[in-house]
Design a protein around this ligand. Structure first.
Ligand SMILES: [Zn+2]
Length: 272
């Protein structure tokens, strides 16, 4: 657990923006939004994909709430580039080791811990619901995508979402992923228990408290806005074999970069 006590008005401001737009049923359809893991057969659209007829350029035309995928002005992912205002924030990491399930939902692989704590920002508790992977990364930093991005989906008691993104470059193998990858489900299906290992989200995050923070959206249909994003500024590394093992399973699963429009983002440091 790490605790810093610095001013954090900027982070609150972004969170407040997200709250206003929070969407009631963000959750039921998506690997971000379904806190307990996506449920095959309960998707808002029959077939969304990452290429072809169901690909990202068509998500907004699939009806219902999906319109925001094309019409929204606060969509994710974005390229985080240029100079960003630097702010300090009070971020408390309060993760703990927990049992978990793992599921290949056809779009990604979702790990859902049963009781893994979360983060506390300005006194608001955001509980970790699940994390999942994208390859290549969805966000870019100064135009550069990485081999893999992990999304840690948190929710506060009002149902508002906070997603922490961790980018991973090709390099040395990640020891935590090495054990997790032995459980990768080869086919889409139900969530399966991760026997014999406990999951602690902190083990899958950089040891820094340096983030880019902005107001964005789910990166899969229905692309609901009102999501606060915190993307670690420094990447971890994975081996090429680890990245390939995931890619082979669910193929490229990254939404194209979205327009920033008039959004601000912040470079937030939790460390003193
Ligand atoms: Zn994601």
């Amino acid at each position: 657990m790490r605790l810093t006590a610095l001013a954090c008005s900027a982070l609150v401001l972004l969170s407040a923006c997200a709250k206003k737009e929070a969407h009631g049923d963000v959750a039921s359809h998506d690997s971000h939004g379904d806190p307990n893991g996506a449920k095959p057969g309960h998707e808002a659209v029959a077939h969304w994909t990452y290429e072809g007829k169901g690909g990202p350029e068509h998500w907004g035309a699939m009806g219902g709430d999906n319109t925001v995928c094309s019409a929204g002005k606060r969509q994710s992912p974005i390229d985080i580039a240029g100079k960003t205002p630097q702010k300090a924030a009070k971020i408390q990491f309060a993760y703990r080791s927990s049992t978990a399930t793992i599921q290949n939902n056809g779009h990604t692989v979702v790990v859902a811990p049963s009781d893994s704590g979360g983060v506390i920002i300005d006194g608001t508790v955001y509980t970790l619901k699940q994390f999942h992977f994208h390859s290549p990364s969805e966000h870019a930093i100064n135009g550069q995508r990485t081999a893999l991005e992990t999304h840690f989906v948190h929710q506060n008691e009002r149902g508002e979402l906070l997603v922490i993104g961790v980018m991973s470059d090709i390099g040395t193998a990640d020891p935590m992923l090495a054990s997790l990858w032995t459980y990768l489900p080869t086919d889409p299906g139900q969530a399966l228990p991760l026997n014999d290992i406990l999951i602690n989200a902190q083990d899958l995050m950089p040891g820094t408290e340096d983030f880019y923070v902005y107001a964005g959206s789910l990166t899969t249909p229905p692309c609901s806005e009102g999501v606060t994003w915190m993307v670690f500024s420094s990447p971890l590394s994975v081996s090429a074999e680890q990245a390939d093992a995931f890619s082979r399973l669910v193929g490229p699963n990254s939404r194209p970069l979205q327009a920033r429009h008039d959004r601000d983002y912040l470079h937030v440091s939790g460390g003193a």
